[in-house]
Design a protein around this ligand. Structure first.
Ligand code: GN1
Ligand code: MG
Length: 363
């Protein structure tokens, strides 16, 4: 693989390579850190074409959004170098390179002097993560959403995710459905919850904004000096959506007491202190731009996105693990059960979560 990495890299940068490291984080694309002889570090990625059927659309979105944010940074005296991802142009003249197998590759400048966290070790940190994701979204408030292509249709349409899940149960291509009957029941008992967000978007109660849609803690770089979020990563799924998607995905990952694939479910629960910290930071970052209906729906947003993620993991388990990269047998089932434990815990704590959010609604 290193040979391929070197070959691809040479189409972007005319420098010998001194180091190649594989990055194991992320369930979709393949990632390497590459250091050139002049000491500069880069992030090379092979886009997963099985999932992103139109990589050009992905890259157009990313370039449009990052150029837009760089303009804001330039105008406000922000960190233009590190404040937005910088996709480099290959010798093909595009922000990607297509190899002889038709695979799409991209190269970003590495964000220096910053850390990518896999778990939020303090409420202070998680509050800053919330601020950064909220601020990112508020920066995009004036971005023309019509230039964005849909990289994965119906990505956070939980009702459609539920229908896809039912079809996977029905088809049962791997003969796994019987062994996970209880997990399947957990989902079907919550069928009507899957429409919570889509119904409110349809009635206009929840507006469409430009959302990131994959706001995991490890999709942000935190500045080593200031401790603040410096750069938002993984812009593959930037599309119009509800603010609940971004809030929800951050909570299910970062406000969980354990890793996304922890199998000891006694260790898996929602941390109310983390939930509060993120809410505070996120709303501050959004600078008062959310409606009361949006703020009040935040806990249900976290709930629905956690349920949706569990449904997606279980669907992939039933379909033979073709979507999310797995590192062990049954990994997607472990992830699904972990998310369902969080869902059950949020059900038990919903009143408390609503009360936390209510503190932030201006009376
Ligand atoms: C995937 O690419 P990564 O690992 O940041 C997935 C997200 C899921 C997440 C679960 C394009 O994110 O939607 O929430 O795994 N991305 C895509 O950890 O499906
Ligand atoms: Mg991703």
């Amino acid at each position: 693989m290193t040979q391929t990495v070197l070959e691809i890299f040479s189409h972007f940068i005319d420098q010998p390579v001194t180091q190649v490291e594989i990055c194991e984080i992320g369930h979709i694309n393949s990632t390497w850190f590459v250091t050139a002889a002049d000491g500069k570090k880069y992030v090379l990625q092979k886009i997963n074409k099985n999932i992103f059927k139109q990589p050009e659309v992905v890259m157009n979105n990313i370039v449009a959004v990052t150029d837009f944010i760089r303009e804001i940074l330039r105008a406000n005296g922000g960190d233009v170098e590190r404040g937005a991802l910088n996709a480099l142009i290959s010798d093909s003249g595009e922000h990607y390179l297509i190899d002889e197998d038709g695979e799409y590759w991209r190269l970003y400048d590495f964000i220096t002097d910053a850390t990518c966290y896999l778990s939020a070790d303090s409420t202070e940190l998680f509050c800053k993560v919330g601020y950064a994701f909220g601020h990112f979204q508020s920066q995009l408030a004036d971005f023309d959403a019509s230039v964005l292509g849909e990289t994965i249709p119906n990505f956070h349409n939980t009702a459609i995710r539920y229908q896809t899940f039912l079809r996977a149960v029905e088809a049962d291509v791997c003969g796994r459905a019987a062994s996970v009957a209880e997990d399947i029941r957990f989902v079907t008992e919550r069928a009507e919850k899957c429409s919570f967000i889509v119904d409110r978007i349809a009635t206009g109660e929840l507006p469409l904004r430009v959302t990131h849609n994959d706001t995991k803690l490890n999709n942000i770089m935190m500045d080593n000096t200031t401790g603040e979020g410096i750069c938002i990563l993984d812009l593959d799924t930037i599309m119009p959506g509800s603010v609940l998607y971004d809030f929800g995905d951050s909570i299910r990952f970062g406000a969980s007491s354990a890793a996304e694939d922890e199998t000891d479910l006694d260790k898996v629960f929602i941390r109310e202190d983390m939930f509060r910290a993120y809410t505070e930071g996120f709303l501050k970052g959004l600078g008062g731009s959310l409606s009361e209906a949006e703020i009040k729906a935040l806990p249900m947003g976290a709930y629905v996105i956690t349920l949706e993620t569990g449904i997606r993991f279980l669907t992939d388990y039933l379909e033979g693990d073709t979507y999310f990269r797995i590192h062990r047998e049954g990994h997607n089932l472990d992830r699904a059960r972990n998310q369902f434990k969080l869902v059950a815990d949020m059900e038990a704590k919903m009143e408390k979560l609503n009360a936390i959010v209510a503190e932030f609604v201006k009376s």
